[in-house]
Design a protein around this ligand. Structure first.
Ligand code: BGC
Length: 450
């Protein structure tokens, strides 16, 4: 093994955000409401009653934010498009004022030499489509493909990389099984239907792209390698269930044209019979897979846990973030190798990686010290480089997140940014982790060694 592997010369050094988490002004200039607008305005759904009404005000401050990106030396930026800004009803009439925001953003990025990666869906379904069944309605594959075509038509001359969906597993697990994310359903029967329609929608957008697109398209999944807490048969089987549910449920159908058979057993009578002809359509070749990695899952058997019958163990000597996520960089190397071995040597991007730690609410003497986040980034980038040395075709890394932002059901209580946001003044301050990341970029990774 090469002890000093390098990042490829054209490796992309990026940061990521998502529309509802940073933009603010969700109804501006003719935009329609999204399910997150609705959810966050429903009492009791989001911590402290926080909403995305203002967020980081990126909708108005995008130019200054692109300047920040330039200051950091980013070579790529991953953002998402709000479907209901472009199509207020989800289908039909285009709202050009909403679409123009993304035109301006992309132009600004290109002028700064920053490559855009646009995600078409990062959880903010048009509320009007939710009223028609949302992800439970099979027609959504057509609605999504129509929306995707509008975006390809408008921006494919300038957007180098498209991601169809962000984390379909989280959409269904959080939104349809446990109800902690929009649209807040709690059902055992809905998640498989929603997952299937998400995958059909992804595939329909990729198929549309092949008829008109000139660049690259892929999907973004969150993966969490599962390790058995003990070698007991019960724990080993529980670990398989957890792995099937979270990691293989999305990628197996896209690459192999079938769901892992264990899912049928896990869902029991809630597992539907899907039309056979769907499966060939799901296997649209993608140009890359985007992987969001935050933590691993040490797993033990627990018959009382819904569906998975598996629980997460918190190893006592580990470090935990303020979302209680175990810090484990080695698992990032493992998951990149696993994807490459299981699905083939396809180009990969780490499309999200980062950590929420407690940061002071305002900068002190112009500085925000965040040593734990800095170390998280350093160790995970080293782990990514290790995977490259072991043969993974890793093409880029996007830190989550550029800015502190609206962390879904946690509201503004968790900070993931490498740039601090003071929510009362909207002042931005590059944290120590951001300065470190800039140094890593400038040195093409050599600063990781120090
Ligand atoms: C999501 C982000 C989120 C991050 C941290 C990912 O699951 O894509 O939107 O902020 O994790 O929780």
């Amino acid at each position: 093994m090469n002890p000093n592997p390098e990042f490829p010369a054209d490796f992309l050094w990026g940061a990521a955000t998502a529309a509802y988490q940073v933009e603010g002004s969700p109804l501006a200039d003719g935009a329609g409401a999204s399910i997150w607008h609705r959810f966050s305005h429903t009492p009791g759904r989001v911590a402290n009653g926080d909403t995305g009404d203002v967020a980081c005000d990126h909708y108005n401050r995008y130019q200054a934010d692109v300047k920040l990106m330039r200051q950091l030396g980013l070579t790529a930026y991953r953002f998402s498009i709000s479907w209901s800004r472009v199509l207020p009803d989800g289908t039909g009439q285009i709202n050009h004022d909403g679409l123009d925001f993304y035109r301006r953003l992309v132009d600004e990025l290109l002028e700064s030499g920053i490559k855009p990666m646009a995600t078409l869906y990062h959880w903010d379904l048009p509320a009007a489509l939710d009223d028609r069944g949302g992800w439970l309605n099979r027609d959504i594959a057509d609605w999504f493909a129509d929306y995707a075509r509008i975006m390809f038509e408008a921006l494919d001359d300038r957007v180098a990389m498209w991601a169809t969906l962000n984390e379909p597993w989280v959409v269904t697990d959080g939104g349809y099984l446990h109800g902690v994310l929009a649209p807040g359903h709690r059902s055992l029967f809905e998640p498989p239907l929603a997952t299937h329609n998400l995958l059909r929608s992804h595939a329909a957008a990729v198929a549309a792209y092949r008829t008109m697109g000139k660049n690259q398209i892929g999907i973004v999944v969150n993966l969490e390698p599962k390790y058995a807490a003990t070698q007991n048969r019960e724990d080993l089987e529980a670990t398989v269930r957890a792995d099937v549910y979270m990691n293989r449920q999305v990628l197996d159908p896209l690459f192999f044209g079938e769901y892992p058979p264990e899912l049928g057993q896990m869902f029991g009578p809630a597992w539907p019979r899907f039309p056979e002809e769907d499966f060939a359509l799901l296997r649209q070749p993608v140009d890359f897979i985007g992987i969001n990695y935050y933590k691993r899952g040490v797993t033990a058997n627990d018959p009382d846990v819904l569906l998975e019958r598996a629980k997460r163990i918190a190893p006592p000597r580990s470090t935990y973030t303020s979302t209680d996520w175990e810090v484990c960089p080695e698992a990032l190397t493992d998951i990149l190798l696993w994807v490459t071995e299981r699905y083939g040597k396809i180009p990969l991007y780490i499309t999200e990686n980062g950590a929420a730690f407690y940061d002071p609410p305002t900068a002190i003497n112009g500085r925000v010290e965040d040593p734990l986040r800095l170390d998280y980034l350093r160790t995970h980038l080293l782990a990514a480089r290790q995977a490259i040395a072991q043969g993974v075709d890793l093409r880029g890394y996007f830190v989550w997140s550029l800015l502190d932002n609206f962390e879904w059901a946690h509201g503004y209580s968790k900070r993931f940014g490498i740039v601090h946001v003071d929510y009362t003044t909207q002042a931005r301050t590059i944290k120590d982790s951001g300065k470190f990341y800039a140094e890593v970029i400038r040195s093409a990774g050599r600063a990781l060694q120090k």
